[in-house]
Design a protein around this ligand. Structure first.
Ligand SMILES: *Cc1c(COP(=O)(O)O)cnc(C)c1O
Length: 371
């Protein structure tokens, strides 16, 4: 995969914002151990730089979706605890163990197969048991089977290390709390009195912010809040307690003055006014910006200016307030003075969730940590 370092398009991760947001969620939950979810290229922010910023900002562990993401972090020299949130094929038990990457397990059968690939001479496999209390995705659904799996782990503690247990809420950031409480009740019914491992974690961002007094939150798994997005999108709290982490900036690489009626980009969906200045920036839908962003206002020279014409794969055009020099910064997401675009604004404009936008941002965009 090619990362475009020679073009002036940058995704910046604000270290100060990450540190601030980690503190916010840690305080709210009174957590002693915070996993940051860095699945899907760290919600699109960039797996390695985001993980580095998060560790510098105080998180204790990283949670990935698939083993490969964990291995990429180990290859980048990251030694912090890593948890795979999804199911890994049990054939990879040794690869998991050799790299000290914790596996999430939802059945006894998985453990039995994994055992065939492990040996008491090698490192033990760290295990996180998933309990399905109503998310309906993965995990043990009955107390008896969970109990059997725990007993199996204890009986085979020469190859397994029972480190962790979790559940995941389907609705922790809503004004409608019934289903959340039903899941919490189910958690107690399934796990109370069973032998618990060192790490017990239920809360995602929403639960950590809004339900910390109702359950154990010594260990939490946060994503959303750390990336600077309010879990309820402002519905439960609108006091701006988080700082936006991502800025997406580019520069004018071409500028021209047009006559009335000149068509811009594919299909000429926009015609210029007499004397209108049009700027071109090197970023497009091939970088993951939705084509529906046509008309969205980016920030140039401290002013909001619209994207005009269709976004092309690698370039797009902006109506400028007048002649501006090549190299002028164009902020797609971020702030210039008092004018700010957040990831949520882009998402709103195109009718998608913030994470649908950010996870779509391609590897081609160079990512870096800034102050
Ligand atoms: C993604 C994920 C999280 C983080 O969720 P946020 O709502 O972004 O805080 C936590 N736990 C699991 C199992 C996840 O898949």
């Amino acid at each position: 995969m090619v990362v475009a370092v020679t073009r002036p398009t940058r995704l910046n991760i604000s270290q100060a914002a990450v540190t601030h947001n980690v503190q916010q969620v840690r305080e709210s939950a009174q957590a002693s151990f915070v996993f940051l979810a860095v699945k899907a290229n760290a919600y699109g922010f960039g797996l390695v730089p985001m993980s580095q910023a998060a560790l510098a900002g105080g998180v204790d562990g990283l949670a990935v979706a698939v083993l490969d993401e964990g291995l990429a972090l180990r290859q980048a020299g990251i030694t912090a605890p890593i948890l795979v949130l999804g199911i890994t094929l049990p054939q990879y038990a040794k690869l998991l163990a050799d790299n000290q990457v914790m596996a999430t397990v939802g059945s006894l059968a998985w453990l039995e197969t994994a055992a065939e690939y492990l040996s008491p001479d090698g490192p033990r496999l760290q295990v996180n048991l998933a309990v399905d209390t109503g998310m309906g995705r993965i995990g043990f659904r009955e107390r008896a089977t969970l109990e059997t799996a725990i007993a199996y782990l204890k009986a085979h503690d020469d190859i397994f290390d029972y480190q962790s247990i979790m559940t995941h809420f389907s609705e922790a950031d809503s004004t409608e709390e019934d289903y959340f409480h039903q899941q919490l009740h189910c958690w107690h019914a399934l796990t109370d009195g069973l032998p618990m491992p060192p790490l017990v974690h239920l809360a995602n961002s929403g639960a950590a912010m809004y339900h910390a007094d109702e359950m154990p939150t010594d260990v939490i798994r946060a994503g959303t809040v750390v990336y600077g997005v309010e879990p309820s999108l402002g519905e439960l709290r609108d006091d701006d307690y988080l700082e936006p982490v991502m800025t997406l900036e580019t520069e004018l690489v071409f500028v021209k003055r047009c006559h009335k009626g000149e068509g811009v980009s594919y299909g000429h969906t926009y015609y210029t006014e007499e004397g209108e200045w049009i700027g071109t920036v090197p970023v497009g839908y091939g970088d993951g910006l939705p084509r529906k962003m046509q008309g969205f206002e980016v920030i140039v020279n401290g002013e909001r200016r619209p994207i005009v014409g269709k976004l092309a794969m690698d370039q797009m055009m902006i109506s400028l307030p007048g002649e501006l020099p090549i190299g002028t910064t164009v902020t797609i997401i971020g702030r210039q003075g008092d004018v700010e675009n957040r990831l949520e604004d882009v998402a709103d404009y195109v009718g998608l969730a913030p994470w649908e936008i950010s996870t779509g941002l391609q590897e081609r965009i160079y990512r870096q940590i800034t102050d």
